[in-house]
Ligand binder design. Structure first.
Ligand SMILES: Cc1ncc(C[n+]2csc(CCOP(=O)(O)OP(=O)(O)O)c2C)c(N)n1
Length: 333
């Protein structure tokens, strides 16, 4: 737990550091509010928060261009937010309102936004991998220089789709970056209880894919690795793979008594909270004054408060619309 920070901390541009802090804080504050709203029965259905894993989304997504595609799992609120989906549209989606990014039909697990090339929000474990391979194949066939980034959990490694997707991506040299968010557990199953080989990067390398493991709690280490990988993919280097070693601080979802891990383990990982790590490192280097931290917190709080107001005034779809989008509407030309 005391592993050193990446050398990138020594050459950090303070403005960029503050930007990354803000991105992680935006996710943290939005999701803390989601937990509150869920408990107040404003949000229904499933809710999986990313708290503790923010450095992964913040570090990777900062390296992308607007035309690149992003595919994520059901733990995707942060990815959608940093990709550019408005916090209000995310929260309204969780409220089931028409103003949500999917008209309230997707909910927490199925955020989707074609305008920002954010292709889910996929509830099926490993379901995003073939989708990402398809997007990358389309880009390659059309001669576009886009990169598709696919986020998935360590639980996906046990699925056939993981292996089929890695194989085809390598065979066809597709422009895709696989990002495994290894938080050590798939619901209540520890990685070592389901995998004979727990080194996931090594497993990916078996498909002839450049793969390496990264400290997923250190946003600068994540960003550095992601930049290297994204540049290589974009310049025709074929698929790349990052295993981002991270940890979720909260339960798997809102229904999880957490009987499969010790409280002491959670506390140990919380000592490496990604937000605190960067904040402390910047403070020690004289790059972050007290009022600057307060400004970042206040900016994130303001955004979340506006998102709550937006969702609270949202409208529910009328009953007559219930079957709309279920079958194709033949009235549309
Ligand atoms: C194909 C499939 N099998 C089972 C499930 C039930 N399920 C939901 S989440 C989950 C665990 C996935 O863990 P992981 O991929 O490590 O992601 P994390 O939740 O840790 O982010 C399982 C088994 C599912 N959604 N899809």
């Amino acid at each position: 737990m005391t592993s050193p920070l990446s050398p990138a901390h020594h050459s950090l541009d303070p403005e960029h550091g503050r930007h990354l802090l803000l991105q992680m804080l935006r996710i943290r504050k939005l999701e803390e509010k989601c937990v509150e709203l869920y408990s107040a029965a404003k949000i229904h259905g499933f809710l999986h928060v990313y708290i503790g894993e923010e450095a992964v989304a913040a570090g990777v997504l900062d390296t992308l261009s607007p035309e690149d595609a992003v595919v994520a799992t059901y733990r995707e609120h942060g990815h959608a937010l940093l990709r550019g989906v408005e916090a209000g549209a995310i929260l309204a989606e969780m409220y089931g309102c028409l103003e949500g990014c999917c008209r309230g039909r997707g909910g927490s697990m199925h955020l989707f936004d074609a305008a920002t090339h954010f292709y889910g929000g996929n509830a099926i474990v490993a379901g995003g991998l073939p989708l990402a391979v398809g997007l990358a194949l389309a880009d390659k066939m059309a001669g576009r220089s886009n990169v598709t980034v696919c986020f998935f959990g360590d639980g996906a490694v046990a699925e056939g789709e993981f292996h089929e997707s890695l194989n085809l991506a390598a065979l066809w040299q597709l422009p895709v970056l696989f990002c495994c968010e290894n938080n050590l557990y798939a619901m209540g199953t520890a990685l070592g209880r389901s995998e004979s080989q727990t080194d996931i990067a090594l497993k990916a390398a078996g498909y002839e894919i450049s793969a390496w493991a990264v400290d997923g709690m250190d946003v600068l280490a994540v960003e550095e690795a992601a930049r290297r990988a994204v540049d290589a993919v974009r310049s025709g280097g074929g698929p790349h793979f990052l295993e981002l070693r991270t940890y979720r601080f909260r339960a798997h979802s809102m229904f999880d008594p957490e009987l499969y891990r010790e409280k002491a383990e959670v506390l140990k990982w919380q000592e490496r909270d990604p937000i605190t790590l960067l904040r402390r490192s910047m403070e020690a280097a004289g790059q972050l004054a007290g009022e600057e931290w307060a400004q970042l917190e206040s900016a994130a709080d303001t955004e979340v408060a506006a998102a709550v107001d937006f969702a609270e005034t949202g409208t529910l779809e009328p009953m007559e619309e219930l079957t709309r989008f279920v079958y194709c509407d033949r009235r549309t030309p």
